[in-house]
Design a protein around this ligand. Structure first.
Ligand code: SF4
Ligand code: SF4
Length: 396
């Protein structure tokens, strides 16, 4: 495992994300398959990973509990736990904190109540890394609300030693990240952003990387493989990359690209199978960054995928859909339909009942506020329906 110095700590450059742990059944809140998840976390720890990322809302709140339980078998100073404050899905009204989305109904008096609950659930008396979850255009006012004083509260916890390093994750645009960092100059020690070679272009992760790096703040990456999208590409993009490194699995390009960014501190990956975990640990046993020429090839490959809708399959949008649509699945099918449809796609669509197809979307917009990627989901559904209605699906 390659390690990089972060202040007084040596962090593994590969970190284990715990949002997509093995689970029983479907859906964002499907119960964790505890035996398989425990095996993964233990293997990660025993094979050199020391950075473990979770969040208040992952797996309906059970990710924090399980990650804490498994890690606590090992000496506390040998692993680093990162979790997040769920402000991106909260409201503040009449002095009360409430939730939107799949946790709506829960009311809290203060951030302290949530923070104490997190410490208790994880079985720790301090967090090594603590993040404000998803600073973006829709959560900005919440996080900067002075009456509520979120940032000050967590700075106090840091002073008290209950948070070792304070940071935030962000799906917002570069300008929003920049303005948040300016407002709280010197308060945050790291930032977690969605960064991979496709989003370098599609979501302008390049600008976000530059805005943060300019301030000398280390970056952690999430959605390194974009929820699996970068494990296999369309035939044109694959051909470009295979020509240069015929024996390399396509997914290696995603990790090697991140290794090529000098300000990358930890690359998070939500590995949900033992096979993925072992392969990635092996990949991070040595530094093998993409070269400048290879990055040009990656951009060429991206150009052949540039119409993709940037869905990461986080499923935050699904619970409030009155039509119970599997939105990420439909977006993924749309990406394929609008880019590189195959016969398999026709079979998949043909097997889906009418009420699961994009035509069932009533454009209510409930999903839009929940989407960290700012995807105009009703518009995607309409375009997808259009493709299906016009039967412009031409499998090739
Ligand atoms: S806009 Fe469509 S996809 Fe989104 S919540 Fe409403 S019905 Fe579901
Ligand atoms: S559409 Fe947005 S909220 Fe829904 S799964 Fe994709 S990225 Fe997540």
């Amino acid at each position: 495992m390659i390690y990089k110095q972060f202040k007084d700590k040596k962090l593994s450059t590969l970190g284990l994300g715990n949002m997509r742990l093995p689970h029983k059944g479907e859906g964002l809140n499907a119960p964790i398959d505890e035996e398989k998840a425990r095996e993964l976390i233990e293997y990660a720890y025993l094979n050199g990973i020391n950075y473990f990322d979770t969040a208040y809302g992952y797996h309906g709140g059970e990710s924090e509990r399980l990650v804490g339980k498994v890690l606590n078998q090992f000496p506390r100073e040998t692993w680093y736990l990162a979790t997040k404050f769920p402000g991106h899905m909260m409201t503040y009204k009449d002095g009360k904190l409430g939730f939107i989305g799949y946790m709506s109904g829960s009311i809290f008096d203060s951030p302290e109540q949530i923070f104490e609950e997190q410490l208790e659930k994880c079985g720790v008396d301090y967090f090594d890394f603590y993040l404000l979850h998803n600073v973006c255009e829709t959560s900005y006012d919440f996080y900067t609300n002075e009456e509520l004083g979120i940032v000050n509260y967590f700075l106090e916890q840091k002073k008290a030693g209950r948070i070792k390093h304070l940071g935030f994750s962000a799906h917002g645009r570069a300008k929003t990240i920049d303005s948040f960092l300016s407002k709280y100059e010197g308060c945050f020690e790291f930032v977690l952003i969605q960064i991979n070679y496709l989003d370098w272009v599609l979501q302008d992760a390049k600008s976000k990387y530059e805005v943060i790096s300019r301030r000398g703040i280390p970056i952690m990456s999430m959605e390194s493989c974009r929820g699996g999208t970068l494990c296999s590409l369309n035939p044109e993009a694959e051909a470009i990359l295979k020509k240069a490194r015929p024996d390399d699995p396509i997914v290696h390009w995603a990790f090697r690209f991140l290794q090529s960014l000098p300000n990358m501190q930890v690359v998070l990956s939500g590995m949900s199978t033992m096979g993925q975990l072992k392969e990635n640990i092996e990949l991070f046993s040595k530094n093998d960054p993409t070269t400048e020429y290879e990055n040009e090839l990656l951009m060429e490959a991206v150009n052949s995928m540039a119409d993709l809708v940037p869905c990461t399959a986080c499923r935050y949008c699904c619970d409030d859909c009155p039509q119970e649509l599997d939105i990420p699945k439909l977006i993924s099918l749309y990406n394929e339909a609008s880019n590189s449809p195959t016969f398999a796609l026709s079979f998949t669509l043909g097997a889906m009942p009418e009420d699961e197809l994009p035509g069932s979307c009533i454009a209510c917009g409930n999903c839009v506020q929940m989407c960290p990627q700012n995807i105009d989901i009703p518009d995607v559904m309409a375009k997808f329906e259009d493709i299906l209605e016009k039967q412009t699906l031409q499998p090739r």
